[in-house]
Design a protein around this ligand. Structure first.
Ligand SMILES: N[C@@H](CCC(=O)N[C@@H](CS)C(=O)NCC(=O)O)C(=O)O
Length: 216
């Protein structure tokens, strides 16, 4: 039985969970920070950052959400094609995965971390610190969506895009001139593996450091 260590409110945990749900792979979810010191220390030692999610598959320990998805694709293939079989197409999908981690998720996390580190700072100041970066990414994705056709299946792209856009939009609203991106975010949130993550995280919304909006 696979074990995924993470937290239901964590964006990168969602990224791995979306793949696991879409893949239909049976697994046990271990929620961190729930008085299981062994789980917490296992995750703390599993990678240089000590971050989650972490997957345990028999003797194998896999960290980094993208690597977890690649692991599922290699070792637990299913009807869900998490990555294209054509190597050139797979390379393009990996490139897009980097866009969502590096240029959406990172900026969103930067604002959240600022507020967590220094509760005196206003939410607006934390938003301002990442506004230009997120708006630039939104516009790039809006253009890219002119060529990327939204799908109803789950690939590495959807795994990366759904959680990053879900939370980034809570930090800086996707502007009205990014209509394709707004519609794609809605489409992603309605995909069953994503909707499940959104619902399971609802009880934690009050903990969003910048204040969760009353929507989604
Ligand atoms: N590059 C990592 C990032 C993981 C990450 O940022 N995890 C966050 C939760 S979403 C975390 O562990 N936060 C707690 C910490 O940094 O101590 C991945 O892709 O899995």
């Amino acid at each position: 039985m696979l074990i995924l260590y993470g937290h239901p409110f964590s964006s990168y945990t969602w990224k791995a969970l979306i793949a696991l749900y879409a893949n239909g792979t049976p697994f046990e979810f271990r929620e961190l920070g729930k008085d299981n010191a062994d789980d917490d220390s296992f995750v703390a030692a599993a990678s240089p950052s000590g971050q989650f999610p972490v997957l345990r598959d028999g003797e194998a320990t896999v960290f980094e959400a993208t690597a977890i998805i690649e692991h599922l694709h290699c070792h637990h293939p299913s009807q869900a094609s998490l990555l294209p079989t054509d190597p050139a197409e797979a390379a393009r999908v990996r490139m897009w995965d980097r866009v969502f981690d590096l240029h959406v998720m990172n900026a969103m996390q930067q604002a959240v971390a600022m507020k967590l580190r220094d509760p005196v700072i206003s939410a607006e100041a934390a938003r301002d610190a990442v506004r230009a970066r997120l708006i630039r990414s939104y516009h790039w994705i809006e253009d890219w969506l002119g060529t990327y056709r939204p799908v109803s299946t789950i690939t590495l792209v959807e795994c990366a895009a759904a959680p990053s856009l879900f939370y980034a939009d809570w930090v800086i609203d996707i502007p009205d001139d990014c209509a394709r991106l707004k519609a794609w975010r809605e489409h992603l949130l309605a995909l069953p593996p994503v909707a499940r993550c959104v619902d399971d995280a609802r009880p934690y919304r009050a903990y969003f450091p910048l204040g969760a909006p009353d929507r989604d």
